[in-house]
Structures are given as structure tokens and as C-alpha cells.
Design a protein around this ligand. Structure first.
Ligand code: ADP
Ligand code: ZN
Ligand code: ZN
Length: 748
């Protein structure tokens, strides 16, 4: 094998201006260790200070005057080396989502620094037992007590832990020396991996797939064996048996000698989920989660690299598991917002999964009960293959859903947060000793203003998005900056019951205790789950029927199975409907579908009460009916009309600064540069803003946003690159920062 002479190196400083590669010469001694992905130390700048970097390319061609090429100081050995396709993936992430190459490299690395691997030193007997007995007798006669102690231990057990033996039996080093010299023992060491999965009793359970499930497995495996690589979407309600389908497909892929990554949102990565995979695949699986230490994460990535495991289960970051021979990436609950990174680079895991699959001859399966509009529209356009599972795997009747019009309640002088229907059902279930979940929809809650009498919601006339109430009776649109005064009476019906909307979990808990004093109540929200294990503690108390009513936020609607729950009450379905965000209806549909899926999962038939001021809203009606296709059709009309994703793409540019003047000036310049670029290049991209972000000031940093819409994603990538260059190289924007987000998942 011939070695290359030059390496392209990316310098490890998070500074946009240094976001390029530099060529260095590879000294002879590092010829073999200088591989793509290896971390290096190099001299940098005029003063030749040493600095860390990564090799991202190798060649024999000098790019500049040979005289000027400096040699690499050191190739760090034993450090995490990034697979070359992951380096390429990092480059692609940087290009497609913004940020620096360094940001992107950090994203694809399991941990920044190699963490010392724990080792166990062992004393291993290398003589037959008969001989050992003889030696033992001799030493006993000579009364060498220390030698006798360790020989005795070796007679009982041929392998001893080095540290424990020396300490526990009070053995000195000369004794060990004597054992080694007489070739009685050897000392070896074994790498100890921190295995995150607790040992579990293995009961290889495998259900027999029903015909719907079987068809999916057969089709996908046939494609796979024929070398066809598609992206699939499995659309099936919770409990329809998607996980069983995944597991059968995984079996086949592993049998062909490849490895599998399974992405699951962290919140759904519960003991039960891991246990099911463990029961099927045993020690060949591993998990990643955010509570693990760097050491644990590093160990798991090494195990993957060495081929000790076949399946990695985890949230977004598990996507970068350095498997050598990846075959399949599964993204379960693919609609989840947590698949989008909230830090730069703001990549979407599905897009990156597809890219990694393409680079490694793998394929991708997405699964959801409520697919994202993006994914479902790609099925319709033929980009993905769609499979639908129509029924629950275990026979269970769908719940009975009641939609309650809260405007009617007010008319009937019921000012309580509980409608008459919900109250009546709570009392009924309590007297039957069944359980109840009360769900407070707080997602994306940002103080929209509505009329309790007619349900009218104050909206921006330019964006069709609800306005948000601010101090000084101001109403503001967070997309375009439009502003108006808070009205005293409802512009639609003239009633005085117009106000910012919202109820907290704590308040609901109080009211529940007051109205149902005999009920035992648990509350689950960010407050009560702050402590480690808080989550699990509340859920298991509820599962053991230590409470009758569980009050909580969206946390309680995620994938937990409580057989005794026969009623789910959704206190205010509208909160997520007017979150000041174009995905509001989609989120509402997802949340209501999930919440409804919690009721009546076993023998007891379930009921669901959805309380709303907008009983006619399509996201509420379709969720109640469990009619995804209808919801999709309605919502796409709106997205097309407004040119929101997936009908078009949105690029968000966020400008921040500690000084308000600077941020104002910078965002104005950026907007002007943008307009000029669009005119010169005859583009039809639409600019919205600049405007103060929804979070206009956070931690003393001012935030301004510009939204750019276009149907062509690549064109927006071009715009991003242009703005990045303009912002970083013009030197005018010192003290300001510019970030990008493609098709944002939330408001800024
Ligand atoms: P999903 O992933 O779609 O929520 P699961 O795969 O978790 O659905 O299935 C729900 C429940 O039904 C699980 O307890 C699972 O073991 C069971 N199940 C799935 N498929 C079958 C089947 N074909 N026969 C019997 N039970 C099944
Ligand atoms: Zn009104
Ligand atoms: Zn607006």
C-alpha cells in the first residue's frame, strides 16, 4: 500500500472564518496512522502555535508552494477516529443545514475526547491443578503464608481479579513475581465495557405476525435482497404492531451480516421498549441516551465499531453510531420534533439518515401513527413507499370520543374548567374504580388571545397565524412583526370575554382536588419530573393504581400502557392549535390522536373527552375520528395556500447580539443584501420580516428573524451560503451572530 504525502486538515476552532481546510505534509513516522478522520496536532498561524485538527482528505498533490507546507506535529493515536463516510456526512450536514465544519464534526463524533477504557487485570492460572496442588503442599510445609493464601485461592478459582486479590488477600508484589517466575500464573487484562443495559432474564418471545404485518416484512425484505434501496413509511396507529414488524426486518438484515440503528425519541425510550429488543436480540443490542456519561457513550461506540453489537437504539445522536457495515436505519415516531437538532447544525435526523443510508448502501424505515406532513407527502409523490396497518394487533375497540364545545358551557353558565360531560364521566369512572388521565395541552403555548364566548382567535392578517399577547396590551406576529393593540371586546361578537388563554398543570391539579376530594391525584410535568427517576416514579405509582387521576402535559400521552385507564380528558385542545406556528394544527392532531390512544387499551372500553372552543376545526374532528388521510388533505390545502412546508421550504435566519442597536442594524443589512441577491439572480423567493423573534430577548441577547420561502430547497441552501459569506467576511457585524434553520420545528 502506498501512502499519501499530504493531508487536508480542518482546524479545531469554532470560528467561522477558519472554516476551511489546510494542507500539511505527513511525516514518515505517521504515514500509516494518518488516515481520514484521525485527530492531529499541527502548527498553525505565524507563531506556529500548536492546535488540534482532523484529517479530512489525503492526496499526493501539493495545493500550494511545497516550501510553505508545514508538517503535521503529531497524529494522536488511540483517539476516536471518525469513519471517512461520517466525515463526508459531516460535510454534507454543514452544507445542507448551516454552521461550521467543526460544529458538524462534533455532531458526528460520539464524544469529543477519547475516554480511558476501563480495564480489568486478571491473574490466570497456567498450570494443571495436580501440579498446583503439589506446589501448594510444598509452600505449606515451608510455612510461606502469603504464597499459601494465593495458591489456595487459585485452587478454588483459576482466574482472579488482580486488584481485588492483592488487596483482599494482602498479597505483596514479590509474591506475584515469584508466581510469574515459576510460571504458575500469567497476568492479562480484559477491556471492561460499561454496558448500559442491565442484565435481564431472556425469554425469546416472538409473536406470529398477522397478514398485514407479514406483507410489509416480505415486501421490504424482497426489495432489500434484490438490492433495491428505498425509504419506507409504515403508517399504523399505536399498538398496530409496527415494532414487531421492525424486529422481523432487523432479524433479516442482521442475518445478512449488517448492522441496524433504531432511532426512538428519548421520551419513548423506556425500559419496556429496550426490554422487548433485548428479549429478541439479547446482548447484541446497545442503547444510547442523554443521561449516559461520556465514558459510557464512548464505550458503546467502540463496541459498535468492533462489531460486538448489531443494533444501536437511541435518540437522534445514535444516528452516528460508527457501524462498519450498516444495513438499515429505523426512525420510529418519525413525526417527533425532537428529531430536529436544536443546536447548530440544525439538522433533521430523517434527512441525515437518508444521506447516511445512501453513502453506505443501507435503507431507511420511518414509522408513525401520525406521520409528518413532509413524510406523508413524499409517499404521495412516490419518493417513499407507504405501508399502512389499519388495525390494532391485539383486539381492542377504538375509544368513544366526545367533542365538547366550551362556548356552550359558558352559555350554560358553567365557568369551571370541566365541562358537564367530562365531570359526569370522571365521577362515573371514579365510582367504577377505573383510572383517568387529564391532559393539559401546553405545547407551544405562547399566549394567544381568544374569545371565550364565540371562540374567535386574533390572527395576523398577513400570515394567518395567531397573534401573541405581550406587555402593554400589544399583540404581535412572530413571523412578520405585524403589531396591533389588544382589543377590549371581541371583534367578532362584541363580548368582553376576550383574553390570553392558558391554564397550568398545577392549577388544574388544585381544581381537581377541590372538585373531586375523594380522588387520589398525581401530577406529571416538568416540575414534578425534575429529579432523576421522577418520570418513572410517577408512572409506576399510577400503573400500580396508587392514584385515580393523573394530571399532566404531553409527557403523559407518550406510549405508556395503563390497562385501567378508561377516560382521557383533554382540558383545552385549542392551546396547541393557536401556538403562533404554522405546524400548530399538525401538532394538535398528533397530540389528540396520541391522547385518544391512551384510553381503553385492554378489556375496559375507553372514552375520550376533547374540550374545545373550535369543535368544527378539522384537526379536532379528524383526530376524534382517527382519520389521518382527511386531516392530511385539509392541512395540505392550508400549507399550499400559505406556501408553508412541505408545499415550500422555509429558511430562517436568526441574527443575535448583546446590543439592540447592533442587532437591528445587522438584520436590516442582511435583509437588504438578501433582497439584492434575489433581484440580481431573478429568484422568486419570498422574504418575510425582519421581525423580533418570539423570544425577542433571551439571556440578555437580542434576537431578530427573517424568514425566506421558496419551493426549491437547493436554492435556499445557495442563499444561506451567500448570506454566510456576506455576514462573516464583510467585517461589518462584529458582536453579532447569524444562524440558520431550515424548515424550523418551532417558533423562534
Ligand atoms: P406499535 O409499535 O405499532 O405501537 P407494537 O409492535 O408495540 O405496536 O404492538 C402492540 C402490542 O401488540 C405488543 O404487545 C405486541 O407484542 C403485540 N403484537 C404485535 N403484533 C402482534 C401479533 N401479530 N400477534 C400478537 N400480538 C402482537
Ligand atoms: Zn367573540
Ligand atoms: Zn404576520
Amino acid at each position: 500500500m502506498s501512502y499519501q504525502s499530504y493531508a487536508d486538515i480542518i482546524i479545531d476552532i469554532s470560528h467561522e472564518n477558519l472554516d476551511k481546510t489546510y494542507q500539511y505534509a505527513i511525516p514518515k513516522e505517521y504515514e500509516s496512522s494518518a488516515i481520514i478522520g484521525a485527530p492531529v496536532v499541527v502548527p498553525f498561524g505565524l507563531g506556529n502555535r500548536t492546535i488540534n485538527g482532523y484529517i479530512v482528505g489525503l492526496s499526493n498533490e501539493p495545493k500550494i508552494d511545497i516550501e510553505k507546507i508545514k508538517p503535521i506535529t503529531l497524529v494522536i493515536e488511540g483517539a476516536p477516529v471518525i469513519e471517512s463516510h461520517l466525515i463526508y456526512l459531516a460535510y454534507w450536514i454543514k452544507e445542507s443545514f448551516g454552521g461550521t465544519m467543526n460544529d458538524a464534526l462534533k455532531t458526528v463524533m460520539p464524544v469529543k475526547k477519547a475516554v480511558k477504557i476501563k480495564e480489568q487485570r486478571r491473574i490466570v492460572l497456567i498450570r494443571p491443578l495436580e501440579e498446583l496442588k503439589q506446589i501448594y503442599e510444598e509452600q505449606l510445609k515451608k510455612n510461606n503464608v502469603a504464597r499459601v493464601r494465593i495458591l489456595e485461592a487459585l485452587l478454588k478459582n483459576g482466574i482472579l481479579d488482580y486488584d481485588k486479590t492483592l488487596k483482599g488477600l494482602n498479597i505483596s508484589r514479590p509474591v506475584i513475581r515469584w508466581l510469574l517466575d515459576n510460571e504458575i500464573i500469567q497476568i492479562d487484562s480484559k477491556q471492561l465495557y460499561r454496558n448500559p443495559i442491565e442484565e435481564q432474564s431472556v425469554t425469546h418471545t416472538k409473536v406470529t405476525l398477522n397478514s398485514e404485518q407479514k406483507r410489509i416484512v416480505e415486501h421490504i425484505i424482497r426489495d432489500y435482497n434484490e438490492g433495491k434501496r428505498y425509504t419506507y413509511l409504515i403508517h399504523g396507529i399505536t399498538g398496530s404492531g409496527k415494532t414487531e414488524v421492525y424486529m422481523d426486518i432487523i432479524s433479516e438484515v442482521i442475518a445478512s451480516g449488517k448492522q441496524v440503528i433504531v432511532l426512538i425519541p428519548e421520551i419513548a425510550l423506556t425500559y419496556q421498549t429496550v426490554k422487548r429488543f433485548y428479549e429478541r436480540f439479547g446482548e447484541r443490542i446497545s442503547i444510547l441516551n442523554s443521561r449516559m456519561s461520556d465514558g459510557e457513550r464512548y464505550d458503546q461506540s467502540l463496541r459498535a465499531k468492533k462489531g460486538d453489537i448489531d443494533i444501536m437504539i437511541g435518540p437522534r445522536s445514535a444516528l452516528f453510531t460508527p457501524f462498519k457495515n450498516l444495513g438499515l436505519i429505523i426512525v420510529d415516531e418519525e413525526h417527533e420534533g425532537s428529531y430536529k437538532s436544536e443546536i447548530t447544525p440544525k439538522y433533521h435526523a430523517i434527512e441525515v439518515a437518508k444521506k447516511r443510508a445512501q453513502l453506505t448502501d443501507s435503507f431507511v424505515i420511518l414509522g408513525s401513527a401520525t406521520p409528518s406532513l413532509e413524510s406523508y407527502s413524499r409517499c404521495i409523490s412516490g419518493e417513499y413507499k407507504l405501508y399502512t396497518i389499519t388495525k390494532r394487533a391485539k383486539e381492542a375497540n377504538p375509544p368513544k370520543v366526545w367533542i365538547v364545545d366550551l362556548r356552550e358551557e359558558l352559555k350554560q353558565k358553567n365557568r369551571s374548567i370541566f365541562s358537564r360531560k367530562l365531570k359526569e364521566l370522571i365521577e362515573e369512572k371514579l365510582s367504577n374504580h377505573e383510572q383517568i388521565m387529564l391532559f393539559i395541552n401546553r405545547r407551544g403555548y405562547s399566549g394567544f388571545v381568544s374569545c371565550r364566548s364565540c371562540g374567535h382567535v386574533m390572527r395576523c392578517s398577513h400570515c394567518d397565524i395567531s397573534l401573541t399577547s405581550h406587555v402593554n396590551s400589544k399583540l404581535l406576529c412572530h413571523y412578520c412583526g405585524y403589531e396591533e393593540r389588544m382589543p377590549n371586546t371581541c371583534p367578532a361578537c362584541g363580548s368582553k370575554y376576550i383574553a390570553a388563554f392558558g391554564t397550568g398543570t398545577q392549577k388544574v391539579e388544585e381544581i381537581v382536588r377541590r372538585e373531586f376530594p375523594e380522588a387520589r391525584v398525581l401530577r406529571m410535568d416538568t416540575d414534578t419530573t425534575k429529579n432523576k427517576g421522577g418520570h418513572q416514579r410517577i408512572l409506576s405509582a399510577f400503573a400500580k393504581h396508587k392514584a385515580d387521576i393523573l394530571v399532566g402535559t404531553q409527557m403523559i400521552v407518550k406510549g405508556h400502557d395503563f390497562p385501567l385507564v378508561s377516560l382521557v380528558g383533554i382540558i383545552a385542545a385549542d392551546l396547541s392549535l393557536y401556538a403562533g406556528d404554522f405546524r400548530a394544527s399538525e401538532r394538535t392532531f398528533q397530540l389528540l390522536s396520541q391522547a385518544a390512544g391512551r384510553a381503553g387499551r385492554d378489556a375496559i372500553p375507553g372514552e375520550v373527552v376533547i374540550q374545545t372552543y373550535h369543535p368544527e376545526h378539522y384537526s379536532i374532528i379528524t383526530a376524534a375520528e382517527g382519520n389521518y388521510e382527511e386531516f392530511f388533505g385539509q392541512e395540505m390545502l392550508y400549507r399550499r395556500l400559505m406556501q408553508y412546508p412541505p408545499a415550500a421550504h422555509i429558511l430562517l435566519a436568526l441574527v443575535t447580539s448583546k446590543e439592540e442597536e447592533k442587532v437591528e442594524r445587522a438584520v436590516t443589512h442582511v435583509a437588504e443584501a438578501l433582497k439584492e441577491y434575489i433581484i440580481t439572480n431573478k429568484l422568486s423567493s419570498q422574504i418575510i420580516g425582519p421581525a423580533p423573534a418570539g423570544l425577542a430577548k433571551a439571556k440578555d441577547i437580542y434576537r431578530r428573524v427573517i424568514y425566506i420561502k421558496d419551493e426549491d430547497y437547493d436554492l435556499l441552501v445557495g442563499l444561506k451560503n451567500y448570506l454566510e459569506g456576506y455576514f462573516n467576511y464583510s467585517g461589518q457585524f462584529v458582536g453579532c451572530n447569524l444562524q440558520f434553520d431550515f424548515n424550523p420545528m418551532s417558533t423562534y
